[in-house]
Ligand binder design. Sequence first.
Ligand SMILES: *[C@@H]1O[C@H](CO)[C@@H](O)[C@H](O)[C@H]1NC(C)=O
Length: 327
Amino acid sequence: MKQLMEKRENDNETTVTEFILLGFKSFPELQTLFFITFLAIYMVTMVGNLLIAAVVLINHHLHKPMYFFLGNLSVLDTCYTSTILPRILASIINDYHRISFSGCFLQFYFFAFLAGAESYLLSAMSYDRYLAICKPLHYVTLMNNRLCVQLSLASWVTGIVASAFTTFFASQLTFCGPNEIDHFFCDYEPLLMLSCSETQHTEIVMSVLGSACTMPPMILTFASYVCIISTILQIPSNSGRSKAFSTCSSHLIVVTIFYGTLIIVYILPKTDTLRDLNKVFSVFYTILTPMFNPFIYSLRNREFKEALRTTINHFVPLSRTQGIQPQ
Ligand SMILES: *[C@@H]1O[C@H](CO)[C@@H](O)[C@H](O)[C@H]1NC(C)=O
């Protein structure tokens, strides 16, 4: 009512100064369960990723392209999850759902930047594995330190630039109320739906940028895995083949879920069913991907596990006497 009156008073000005992020408010009886689950996910994600970044930086024999990518992915995932989860936890614990206009666009900026960077970094990692497995004789010359630095830098820069454009266009929209966002973070689609300006051009810009951040890396990633799998199938020994295959298929599952849900939410045309399920799909690429990455990419890797074990033994003297033995 108050908003309506305000709207009438200054008709073509932005009257919305804050948004309400509804989050998971529609299940009041499940708030405690949500809180415990998200808190656990946040802690596992932070500890897992920070541990990986530390192990990579500390162990000099891990200073190779593959582990540099892994370290970068962990740092990225730490930031990525921190743009989304603390805000959800805070809103559950003290029922605080308001977010300022600029806070909302700031959150969107960091989300889009880190999601774009993640998308490109995952494809750089699969390209690195493609070279290592399918071109083993040329791996060292092809994937030299320079290319490695260029690829990781390019991922970060692409995210920053694409997100700056997207946020700029989104911030040009006018909002005259209502201001309730039915989502758990400030995403552009719900923002567009609240806007009272002509959104057609913005929508086109958004879907072009969204496609540019997901389609090329996804195609590169899947092409790499097709070559990797066809090489693995030629391994003569049965056990070697199934081991390589299981590592590779777990990577493939994680990237498929990440790119798949991004495409469903940002690129596919919106039907009513898809719009209702938006929140559920968003949980996958914002919350679950950063949590699973460390487990999938590092804990299935023998060299890394070895380094993790020696690092822990080094810093936690107790574990040496408690029988954690090298294989
Ligand atoms: C990220 O990548 C760069 C270049 O490839 C590397 O120098 C840096 O150490 C990496 N960061 C981490 C935390 O591994």
